[in-house]
Design a protein around this ligand. Structure first.
Ligand SMILES: C[S@@+](CC[C@H](N)C(=O)[O-])C[C@H]1O[C@@H](n2cnc3c(N)ncnc32)[C@H](O)[C@@H]1O
Length: 304
């Protein structure tokens, strides 16, 4: 038995659906319809070829993201951790030496990177428990409910799999979601907790900011300036020269050394069964299925 993304998401989604149903005084089927409407809207906005106008403040929109995208994006992050040899050695070196790891994700949404990291450490079977502290920065503060839900569910899953003694778990998660627009330099003074991280992640953030935003570059330049030497910056994005150029511009302005861009495609998430999402899957899968594939470009930069 091991952690799977869809099983992890099942109780989080169910709890949020029950909450919306009672708060709005509507049936569960009506909540499913709201989720389907938002899923449709997200799809149109993501492929609109302009800054997407997304409703993440709306719980149905966030649920659509959890149902459709979260597992695929968590899987992409896990894949990059496992496949980029420099990143893998760096993470395993820190984990074995210090038994802790600090990670900051920009535009982290529900905390998909935490899911990816949990499955990564479980797969590595290091024989030690690694404390992983996450600082998630996102301009949508409402993601907090899913982030704490995911963190709680990772804890719950490890408790069920490895017992109550946390020293037997592959990973112990902690951390915070910090509401922050990463194009707003005025927020930098409040972010003392993000200066000293081992890893910084931008997983599908650039395509939502969309424009080659100079304020994002300035923000990341400041983060890079205060980051420890050797810190890794992980960029994962949609494939395409436009996104590669955005990443290059950030790296150039921040003085980061990028690894060559790697393209990667997955046609079917390994070891994942979407029916484990439970009731929501049974109710809406004929209309909309969770994403089981990805097609990305990634690069890992090093702070010199
Ligand atoms: C496509 S989601 C990616 C979430 C997560 N990293 C993943 O891969 O599943 C993009 C996230 O970026 C956030 N975001 C968009 N613009 C932002 C900004 N200017 N500052 C901070 N977060 C932002 C959105 O709220 C959303 O949670």
């Amino acid at each position: 038995m091991a952690i799977t993304f869809f099983e992890l998401l099942n109780p989080i989604i169910n709890k949020e659906i029950a909450f919306i149903s009672s708060q709005l005084e509507i049936s569960i089927d009506e909540v499913y319809q709201l989720i389907l409407d938002e899923a449709e809207r997200n799809q149109v906005e993501w492929y609109s070829d302009r800054v997407p106008n997304l409703n993440y403040e709306d719980p149905a929109c966030r649920l659509a993201y959890l149902y459709i995208v979260a597992a695929a994006n968590a899987s992409t992050f896990q894949y990059v951790l496992e496949s980029d040899k420099d990143l893998l050695n760096y993470v395993l070196g820190i984990a074995k030496e210090r038994h802790d790891l600090k990670i900051c994700a920009f535009g982290a949404g529900p905390g998909t990177e935490l899911m990816g990291m949990a499955k990564f450490f479980e797969t590595q079977k290091l024989g030690v428990s690694v404390s992983v502290d996450f600082q998630l920065l996102d301009k949508v503060k409402e993601w907090a409910s899913s982030w704490y839900g995911i963190r709680e569910q990772v804890n719950e899953s490890f408790k069920n799999l490895y017992g109550t003694n946390r020293s037997k778990w592959p990973m112990i998660p902690s951390g915070n979601l910090l509401p922050c627009d990463v194009t707003d330099l005025e927020q930098l003074p409040y972010l003392g907790s993000v200066w000293n991280q081992d890893i910084y992640v931008l997983n599908f953030l650039l395509s939502e900011i969309f424009n080659d935003n100079p304020r994002l570059r300035s923000f990341l330049s400041q983060v890079t300036k205060f980051a420890p030497t050797g810190a890794r910056f992980v960029f994962i994005e949609r494939r395409g020269p436009m996104w590669e150029q955005r990443i290059k511009n950030i790296a150039t302005e921040s003085g980061l050394t990028l690894s060559p861009f790697m393209e990667s495609r997955c046609n079917r998430l390994v070891g994942e069964e979407p029916s484990k999402l439970g009731s929501i899957y049974n109710a809406i899968q004929e209309i909309r299925k969770p994403r089981l594939s990805w097609n990305v470009v990634y690069s890992v930069a090093v702070k010199q």
